[in-house]
Design a binder for this molecule. Structure first.
Ligand SMILES: Cc1ncc(COP(=O)(O)O)c(C=O)c1O
Length: 387
């Protein structure tokens, strides 16, 4: 049965407890840089199992901050996946590091660790390898396996976990714990598993990176010895690095604290929704889902299907007519004009990404969906593609 409301591909869930938390934050004397952000950071770090968490105004700001904190530069070989949002690549390119892409694995949409191994085997004469894996759609890259491939200790690993709040690595530890990376970033955009309106966070176990992330968030202002040239005073500061203002507000943090309390239920529901999708597409000859083996440890952010012989515009139009939203995640980054200028025409080097891009479509996946909504989406899609 057609639902009364349009089913978007992603949507936040805001309940009365969220509204009350934000209202209370608004009634504070200070509505930025007060206690809520610090409390959110403490609770988010505990959730991920890291020493530190630094909240920022967006996931993009979190990525920029992580790359700047790690002092990424034009000398570094910056490796990432083409199956991601522009912010992942932009974090390196804005500091002068040209991206080197690694082909993906179509079973997960993630960077292929075999292809990564090949890229790592090409020696570099200066700089470091800087690797930014993305836990696409909520499926965590096997970071332990990736770590075992890294020969040199002088490698920077920054995980983009914008899609993977609440997901687990194969060994059962939480994404964001930074057991095999310097830093992990998250996004709290409303499409993500939990939201703060806009917002993001970096987790790390490294005290010096933590200090540099705070610096990045606060216009690069140094106030204390031994980091200043002058004499410390209550009013005195020095700017040693170009940055900007990337603070999250108290209202964002209050919403984050309230959503954190609901996070386990968000994760559980998303797993259940994927299970329902899987059951209904099980007999389809031309609609494929990511490998089922990832389901148990993934907090899915996106419900991606790959459809043989997909005519994306036609299917999206027909879905929309029936009240169903859909999207394509992602157009390979090397197709984007700004990136193409840096890396050239490289599409033929990425057969898996190209095949995935030809077939991929994201279907509705959000907390307030019910089993009959999944039933409806699957029935309509199967009718359209004769699956
Ligand atoms: C993989 C990935 N990285 C980074 C970001 C940036 O997050 P934000 O939108 O919070 O800036 C996004 C957001 O869409 C994303 O999907």
């Amino acid at each position: 049965m057609k639902p009364e409301k349009f089913l978007p591909y992603a949507k936040q869930s805001i309940d009365q407890s969220d509204i009350e938390a934000v209202t209370k934050a608004l009634q504070q004397e200070l509505i930025t840089r007060n206690g809520q952000v610090a409390q959110f950071e403490k609770e988010f770090a505990a959730y991920c199992g890291t020493k530190w968490a630094v909240m920022m105004s967006s996931g993009t700001a979190a990525l920029y901050g992580a790359f700047q904190a790690a002092r990424v530069s034009a000398f570094d070989r910056f490796i990432t996946t083409p199956n991601t949002f522009i912010a992942t690549a932009a974090a390196g390119t804005r500091l002068g590091a040209r991206p080197v892409f690694v082909d993906i694995d179509r079973e997960s949409g993630n960077m292929s660790l075999d292809s990564l191994k090949e890229v790592l085997s090409q020696p570099i004469s200066r700089g470091r390898f800087v690797i930014a894996p993305v836990h696409f759609a909520g499926i965590a890259v096997d970071m332990q396996k990736m770590d075992a491939q890294l020969k040199s200790p002088d490698v920077v690993v920054i995980e983009d976990a914008a899609h993977a709040i609440g997901s687990l690595y194969p060994d059962g530890s939480k994404v964001g714990s930074c057991l095999w990376s310097q830093m992990t970033i998250f996004s709290f955009h409303p499409a993500k598993t939990m939201t703060t309106g806009e917002g993001g966070c970096v987790t790390t176990n490294d005290d010096e990176l933590y200090r540099r992330l705070l610096l990045f968030r606060n216009s690069g202002m140094e106030k204390e010895a031994p980091y200043i040239e002058g004499t410390a005073a209550p009013w005195y500061y020095e700017v040693h690095e170009v940055s900007g203002v990337y603070h999250a507000t108290e209202m964002q943090a209050a919403l984050g604290l309230s959503q954190l309390k609901r996070l386990d239920s968000f994760v559980q529901k998303r797993r259940q929704l994927v299970k329902w999708y899987r059951e209904r597409f099980a007999g389809s000859s031309n609609i494929r889902l990511f490998n089922e083996a990832f389901d148990e440890r993934s907090a899915y952010h996106l419900m991606v299907v790959q459809i043989d012989g997909l005519s994306r515009t036609g299917i999206m139009d027909q879905l929309r007519e029936k009240g169903i939203g859909s999207q394509c995640h992602y157009i390979p980054l090397y197709h984007q004009p700004v990136i193409k200028k840096m890396v050239g025409n490289v599409a033929q080097q990425f057969p898996e990404m190209e095949g995935y891009y030809r077939d991929a479509l994201s279907l509705p996946l959000f907390f307030e969906m019910e089993e009959q909504d999944v039933e409806y989406v699957c029935t309509v899609l199967k009718e359209i593609v004769k699956g």
